[in-house]
Write a protein that binds this ligand. Structure first.
Ligand code: ACM
Length: 637
């Protein structure tokens, strides 16, 4: 009897175990809040209709179809009314508790997605990620998913100033962002090295400001004086192209937030309109007093004269003058910007503003005196308040980098905390909204390996996948009341060292997938082991089919003791499904001539006085792309 009970318990246990295993094997990123597996599967074929009664549901169905066509070669018909066939039903429910939440129910004869507009879109993204292409059939496992995001702001910032990227590349990234349920694209459109948006009233911003004649090669510190590549670089988006990006993003539930930097990062503007700086222009040139600072650093480009768009990185001295002329200019620029971008937020930068020019500028010093300001920091705050009043009057909200706290925060400003979390914490304590984007965890221009020589040139830092995943946007030091001001998170992709589409994708992926879970999932539900066990490998395999040039991450290497044999076993599990691994344990190079990994192997054992062994391996994806060579010390547990 005991034996039978044991057997029954064993079967129950293994059924339960199987269910848990199945849940874990759903490869949706970000993982949904609640998953309950059902028996059976739904089979999608060309005869399966999508029932979509509302216009927004039909729009989302059309995008779902685009994906199906691209990835699985079929397209479904959309119907306004229910049909007797097995179908995918989109129920737009006005009373659904969350704007972005949804319920997805997959049964053998029907798939139902319920939610509001954004929720339906996200339900369809989850459905796409559930489709398994097996034996020529598209199958979806039976399941009930209830889902909603932890944070309302889930963003990625793309810098298109340091290097220009075409609208098609921006759309590719937006499409991927939507697939992983991001909802904000912060578009860094202006900086010292290029102005990228057509402004009708100020045509020289793009005629002059969008082009530089040369760019430094290598890392900023590699060559002093700098060596330039001698190649012109530039480009800009016409207003029509920018509107098209805004529409494309909106269809995918993404708001585009434009950034127009002020009062610093303005070399490209001043190259076009030098009279907007802090000094009076006489005979086409500027006084030299403050300009020597740059030259003392050995920077050969004399662009602080405002006569050329610089092709080197770092914080530049050029800043706007605090004049009525400049406020007028900015208001006219922002009026055109607001007409293109319906986003509630307009980002005004505010970061990295050296005050040298204001210290020596008669114009700036006069304003400080007249307005009874304590110093140049208060002058910056005064400047930004002027802009905030203008934005607020036009029904928009100002958002800026955390330096906007210095000299006093504008009354309704939202703070983007980038120099760690300090600025975000201070702003939340003052009752201001905050987006967390700390350079400790969310600067995707940082290196992805500790050994920089194994990676393509980056700005610096070291930000591995697991560190991104470990980030939690709510600082423990905040009270529950203050926590409400943390609206969400964003990764920043600065592009000083990212001039190509492949490199952009390499730095974004797979780290953006880790961020997707940080932004969508409750802190307590996140689990890096579960993320990398099945979800990430499945999605990276798919990203390869989608032609995304992601970085192939290090495999999971594990050494454990096999109790039966007493031997220590090494396992190497790549994070791309169906990838091959080639390895050596003798410390020599691993390439495709090395041993093909076929499962856990017993480690060779060095003698008592010998060095530990080094495992070297490469990962080769199903499409044949090879990773860097990785290594791990074989240390017995
Ligand atoms: C920044 O990284 N300067 C916001």
């Amino acid at each position: 009897m005991k034996k039978i009970l044991g057997l029954v318990a064993g079967i129950l246990f293994s059924v339960h175990g199987l269910l848990i295993a199945q849940q874990q094997e759903l490869a949706i990123i970000p993982a949904p809040k609640s998953v309950n597996m059902l028996s059976g599967t739904f089979q999608i074929d060309a005869a399966t209709p999508i029932i979509a009664a509302t216009e927004s549901a039909r729009k989302s169905a059309a995008l779902f179809n685009e994906f199906l066509a691209a990835e699985h070669g079929i397209s479904l018909k959309t119907s306004l009314i229910a049909l007797p066939a097995k179908s995918i039903v989109l129920e737009e429910a006005g009373d659904f508790s969350s704007e972005e939440g949804y319920t997805l129910r997959v049964e053998p004869d029907k798939i139902t997605i319920t939610g509001k507009k954004a929720g339906l879109f996200y339900g369809l993204q989850s459905l796409l990620q559930l489709i398994q292409h097996t034996n020529g059939m598209l199958q979806v496992p039976g399941v009930v998913i209830e889902d909603a995001p932890a944070f309302g702001y889930r963003g990625i910032m793309l810098d298109v100033s340091r290097h220009f990227f075409t609208g098609d590349q921006i759309k590719k990234v937006l499409n991927l962002m939507a697939y992983f349920k991001f909802n904000r694209m912060h578009w860094h459109l202006t900086d010292d090295q290029g102005w990228r948006l057509e402004i009708k009233k100020y045509p020289k911003l793009t005629q002059v400001g969008a082009w530089r004649d040369s760019t430094i090669i290598g890392q900023y510190y590699d060559f002093k004086p700098f060596i330039y590549d001698g190649k012109p670089h530039g480009g800009f988006y016409t207003q029509e192209e920018a509107r098209e990006i805004v529409r494309y993003a909106a269809d995918r539930q993404i708001t585009v937030i434009p950034e127009i930097e002020l009062p610093g990062h303005t070399s490209a503007v001043l190259a076009a309109y030098p009279e907007l700086g802090s000094f009076e222009v006489k005979d086409g040139s500027l006084p030299t007093g403050t300009i020597a600072a740059n030259n003392e650093k050995g920077e050969p480009y004399d662009n602080d004269l405002g006569d050329a768009v610089p092709g080197y990185w770092g914080v530049h001295y050029n800043i706007y003058g605090p004049t009525e002329k400049v406020y007028g200019f900015l208001q006219e620029v922002l009026t055109e910007v607001m007409d293109i971008f319906p986003s509630e937020y307009i980002h005004i930068g505010g970061d990295e503003v050296p005050k040298d020019h204001w210290i020596t500028s008669e114009i700036a010093q006069k304003v400080i005196k007249k307005e009874k300001l304590a110093d140049e920091h208060e002058l910056q705050s005064f400047f930004i308040r002027r802009i905030e009043q203008f934005l607020n009057k036009n029904g928009r909200k100002l958002i800026g980098w955390d330096e906007i706290l210095e000299g006093g925060l504008a009354p309704n400003a939202t703070v983007m905390s980038w120099r760690g979390e300090k600025g975000g914490i201070a702003a939340a304590k003052m009752g201001h909204d905050v987006i967390m984007t700390p350079n400790s965890h969310l600067y995707f221009d940082h290196y992805q390996a500790a050994d920089k020589t194994t990676e393509p040139l980056a700005i610096g830092g070291f930000l591995p996948l697991e560190k991104v995943y470990s980030y939690s946007p709510i600082p423990d030091t905040l009270t529950s009341e203050e926590r409400k001001y943390i609206l969400g998170v964003q990764a920043n992709l600065w592009t000083e060292y990212i001039p190509t589409n492949n490199k952009m994708e390499y730095f974004l992926f797979p780290r953006a997938l880790a961020l997707a879970e940080v932004a969508w999932m409750a802190r307590e539900d996140k689990d890096y082991q579960a993320f990398t066990k099945h979800r990430l490998p499945a999605r990276l395999r798919e990203l390869e089919k989608m032609d995304v040039f992601f970085r192939i991450p290090e495999a999971k290497v594990n050494i454990s003791k096999d109790e039966a044999s007493g031997r220590h076993m090494v396992s190497i599990d790549p994070l791309v499904a169906q990838a091959k691994v080639y390895f050596t344990v003798d410390g020599h190079k691993a390439d495709q001539t090395a041993t093909l990994y076929s499962g856990p192997f017993a480690t060779p054992i060095p003698g008592p006085n010998q060095q530990p062994l080094t495992l070297r391996y490469i990962i080769v994806t199903p499409e044949g792309r090879s990773s860097n060579q990785f290594e791990a010390e074989i240390k017995l547990p």
